[in-house]
Design a protein around this ligand. Sequence first.
Ligand SMILES: Cc1ncc(COP(=O)(O)O)c(C=O)c1O
Length: 448
Amino acid sequence: MSEHSKFLLADSQIPSIWVNVLPSLKEPLAPPLHPQTRAPLTPQDLLPLFPMELIEQELSPKPEIDIPGEVMDIYRLWRATPLYRARRLEQALDTPAHIYYKYEGTSPAGSHKPNTAVAQAYYNKRAGMKRLATETGAGQWGSALALACQLFGLECTVYMVRISYDQKPYRRMMMHAWGAEVFPSPSDHTNSGRGVLAATPNSSGSLGIAISEAVEDAATHPDTNYSLGSVLNHVLLHQTVIGQEARLQMALAGEEAEVVIGCFGGGSNFGGIALPYILDRIAGKGPRIVAVEPAACPSLTKGRFTYDYGDTAKLAPLVKMYTLGHDFVPPGIHAGGLRYHGASPLLSHLLHHGYFEAKAYTQIPVFEASLQFARTEGILPAPESAHAIRAAVDEALAAREEGRPRTILFCLSGHGHFDMSAYETYLTGQLQDYEHPGPDIEKAMAAL
Ligand SMILES: Cc1ncc(COP(=O)(O)O)c(C=O)c1O
């Protein structure tokens, strides 16, 4: 076994296809339904929001989809991303486990999000759009789309969840630097935003509300489409470059992952690293796979697998997913990108059929693991990604207890350089551990 800690790929090894699991599913996915008529959605229903090429990808029966040359040219700016073996963390944990992490924080925006932002901007430009509207939680997705729009000459409007808008001014400025306009959500720019503000003037916002604003903006402007940074099949598809590269890099390291871990907001980085391995699971082999979510917003571990709206104002289609209810506004935890009431329908389906596991952690143990990682491996993680670190550390500690080695692979989805106020809160002892917000969830689920 090599003593290397860093496993790199040549440009020629960057995947040239996206991997689509839809044709391999043994049980069919429940169809998305029209939010008003509740009839199964047709491609035409989605045209006011998305370009046809992305709608086709959403439903594609092809097992592989070629990545366009223009998208590959941009991927090559930072891909392939490195895979590291966390030898110093292993030493600190005194574990026989081997811990590997795929680091997506080397993209210009600092996370995995540009993998799909670039593809979405490309297809929208080809369809003749002038502008894209979107929402952002932590600001990672908004900045990724601002970058991608800039690279393809599109305008970009971002509805940024109020609490992140206040906590992360530098993310907002990064979006401005790449030419986007940014509104705090709920905003007075849309009917849905004004409705929420009238009922809750001090609303800290949520992804569900911000999605309603961006969808409304796109649906009411013919030159504008909507772009979503997670949840949808085509978004997860674009992220499969992560898992494809990781598999090649694990082979370079001479190892096979026994446990694959990703944090889970809507499911895009988790899907990105996990879906290529889930194909193995569907074929009856493959590693254990673990999705990690915050206990303050536990859609996978405490939600119900049922039809629900993707947004608060019920403008987005009804999809069958693990959900806490579209009215649920999660507490203002520092992993803003994990504050979504629902989950990818594809991944919900796969969880329901037992192809992976899910677990939830509160903030303080997550930040403890994050700091231990920063102090051994050097990289300061995004609070979202730190959920995956917590789970990887616990797997490594379990291996120590059992006295048996275990090969762990996790996705470090982004860096935390714009999350310093979260780290300050933790380091000054002010971080609160929100317990599972049971009564709020019950209220929101009662409305399902
Ligand atoms: C760094 C990072 N990781 C993870 C997530 C969660 O999103 P997803 O579940 O789509 O990967 C976000 C969302 O903003 C993020 O910024």
